[in-house]
Design a protein around this ligand. Sequence first.
Ligand code: F6R
Length: 240
Amino acid sequence: MHIHVFSSEAELAEAAAGRIVDRVRQDAGAVVGLATGSSPVAVYAAWGRQARAAGLDQSGVRGFALDEYLGLEPEDPRSYHAVIRRDAVAGAGLDADLVRIPDGSGAPGAAEAYEQAIRDAGGIDVQVLGIGRNGHLGFNEPGAAADSRTRVVELAEATIEDNARFFERADDVPTEAITQGLGTIFEARELLVIAVGAAKAAAVAAAIEGEETELVPASRLRNHANVHWFIDEAAASGLS
Ligand code: F6R
């Protein structure tokens, strides 16, 4: 486990983006796992800037989003289809046709098809992750099985509260989502976990130094052979 602590989000974003850009430099068809949320936005923008500055051809880079709400149309600006297009595809400069997002329509077989698509792509090379205040990864809430695969899940109350900021009312937040499982995430060859701000300090400390337990999904990450935490000083403030 590698823990990188930065005094500013800008430095953190440049360093995390640098790892992704290095991967694309080595493999023009790299497969990148894409989180939504606030944490990776600066990383995607830095990735795009670094790639442009280096004249890197990103036309073969493939992406897989972590998750999607159930029941929002892909055109809905609050859907993760829209967020990924805006933050990751536009930010990093990717070909939208090569970026796949889980189908949130509730169609049968969608989860299995997503797992198959990841396998067909040869697996994920670098997975970008954020962490929830409750230690969740993707929408794998506390209690999610360590070997879980892509599936439909219910959102925890804490997650609905946290994500209400993107909706008019907390009641508008979907209560279900489709998410890559912890087992799926764990198979990525490299994991980059981004955490910024004091609100994440307790979850970061629990994940890195607390008991390894399904009640803190991110605590499973410490067993991954190639996990990098990119955190700012506030998010690191709970570490001993
Ligand atoms: C992202 C996701 C979530 C977020 C986490 C942190 O696709 O599913 O696990 O990474 O909730 O969110 P932010 O970054 O908004 O604090």
